[in-house]
Design a protein around this ligand. Structure first.
Ligand SMILES: [Zn+2]
Length: 63
């Protein structure tokens, strides 16, 4: 089960192939190679990475 590494919410919506959106804290999540990559959508529509904020184990997913 996918869980947001930022707010631990499980209220995750799918927005594309391997792309998800957290309704808890409004960040975008994408999955690659068993890792969750986190992005914040800026007001101008660009994405900035939040990966530096999380430990490696917080970003790995166990299926
Ligand atoms: Zn969240």
């Amino acid at each position: 089960m996918l869980k947001c590494p930022n707010c631990k919410s499980k209220d995750i919506g799918k927005i594309g192939v391997n792309q998800y959106y957290c309704w808890g804290c409004f960040i975008e999540l994408s999955i690659s190679k068993g890792q969750i990559n986190t992005h914040q959508v800026e007001e101008d529509g660009t994405l900035s990475s939040l990966d530096d904020l999380f430990a490696e184990e917080d970003r790995s997913i166990s299926m």
